[in-house]
Write a protein that binds this ligand. Sequence first.
Ligand SMILES: C[S@@+](CC[C@H](N)C(=O)[O-])C[C@H]1O[C@@H](n2cnc3c(N)ncnc32)[C@H](O)[C@@H]1O
Length: 209
Amino acid sequence: MKKSLQEDWNQKYASSLQTKLGWYEEDPAPSLAYIERCGLPKDAPILDVGSGMTTLISKLIDGGYQNIFAADISNIALEKARSLLSEEQQPHVRWIVDDIAHSTEIQNLEGIALWHDRAVFHFLTKDENRQAYLSLLQKVVKHGGHVIMATFALTGATHCSGFPVQGYSVDTLTKFMGEGFKLIEAMDYIYQMPSGDSRPYIYTHFERV
Ligand SMILES: C[S@@+](CC[C@H](N)C(=O)[O-])C[C@H]1O[C@@H](n2cnc3c(N)ncnc32)[C@H](O)[C@@H]1O
């Protein structure tokens, strides 16, 4: 794990309230809609990479999902996210501190039915890190499993939180995923930041074939 990257993200989470984070969603409706359409059994293993302090985890548990992994490079984000869950919610989540581009922990998972990534993959601006991400995904997601990725659009910001980002179109992301993944659906989406600014995203749903 890149300690400096972890420290940078830890600093952001240590110094901000959940609702003030530049990527906060009170209602992660686009992700929830995509996840519901996967038609998964409620005990299917779901992995949210770069989970941070997302409200998605709590909403998934409230929706009946019981087998959730939340992974992030920031241990502080995950500690704070955990503290926001009720005692009844907590047993349904396992927390994994790991770097998706240099994994030592996520790589031990197998049979993941759904990989969800909102606003994480676009931070991988080096080809070697993107390839490591794809290899990890292929290792842990089962055949017939689902991959939902929401990234900045090509027309989006070039930086986020001080980090450079790589935007995507549905075509460029589908090309990157390669022949092992079938595009099921995709959409453009405009995210409104807490500051009021807009960020154009693409949402994609692939199936591992
Ligand atoms: C913009 S935030 C999105 C958080 C969450 N997915 C959401 O929608 O609220 C990006 C997240 O990716 C995490 N992250 C960045 N680089 C990472 C890496 N290499 N490995 C794992 N997590 C990473 C950060 O700590 C942060 O929580």
